[in-house]
Design a protein around this ligand. Sequence first.
Ligand SMILES: [Ca+2]
Ligand SMILES: [Ca+2]
Length: 335
Amino acid sequence: MKKRGLSEIVTTVLIVLLALVAIGLVWTFIRGTIGRSGSALGSESKLLEIRYSIVANSVVPSVDGKSVTFFAERETGGGDVNTFPVFSVEDKNGNMAAVYNYNTTKMNELERISVVINGADYGLTDNITKISVFAAIFDEEGNTKKAQIPSDDYEIREVGASGSEISQTPATLSSAEPACDSTLPRIKNNTILLRFDHAITLPGTGQILIQEILDGGNYGTDLSGSFTFAVTGNDLRMTENGIVLQNQRWYSVRNTGGFSEVNNFKIDYAVVYGDANNDTFTDIGDLSYISADFGTNNYRSDINADGTTDSNDRNDAVSNLGSYAPIKPTGHLCS
Ligand SMILES: [Ca+2]
Ligand SMILES: [Ca+2]
């Protein structure tokens, strides 16, 4: 009885021990599985919290359109993780390439980096038309994990309509109104319309110069700050703010590289108050010309720039009879 009782106890203990070992093995296995899926879920959910953006107005394509520079910024969210941005670029032919070489930069929240992507380095042959940015991290094994969905993307327009993005090839001046070496006939608010061969964006202050021209190819002070610039598609309209230009003097409108969207040009004008018919002096012929335009909004006949041609414009021409364009200063050619 006693012996048998003892062996029963031993057997029970052994069974319990075996059970414990089995439970231990199963737990180790389960824990490993949970741990692995836990870390996978961890990096996936981390990626959802991390976002990058392409900084507005920072995108500048090269003149040939085949490379691009811009700023990328990490937004807030995701905390202190080893994250970096991965970019994808697409060219005009729809070819795409991924750019992983910014993975040496651990980006903190709100940190910004300058990015340069030359499409040719990634097998792209045509103009870059789209940039996308994805959040990426290194997981526990040191492998790159990239978000499936881009946090931001940016389409590069063929020609800009707003913002600081430049067009991919500089625009060329097609025509000017009035044409080069014409007179500007108004006593104030003269306007000059420049038409380019494709759309442009608004030039910044001082990027296009408006200066008096002087003998020997010299120039006076830039007056462009006293003009209002407006862009509609291919057209740049510059309007004198009140009285800025003086009667019987020559002025030049030009780009000397300050406005990189367009090729350099130079257009010269003589200001001759009342010269409606653009023959370089104000006389009886202008009075007839203005009278014939009464009731219209012909630019050249609207000497006082109030939007219509009437007897007031003729009176202003009468006041300026005898005005003329002096000999153009030396060293100035339209181009
Ligand atoms: Ca005239
Ligand atoms: Ca008028």
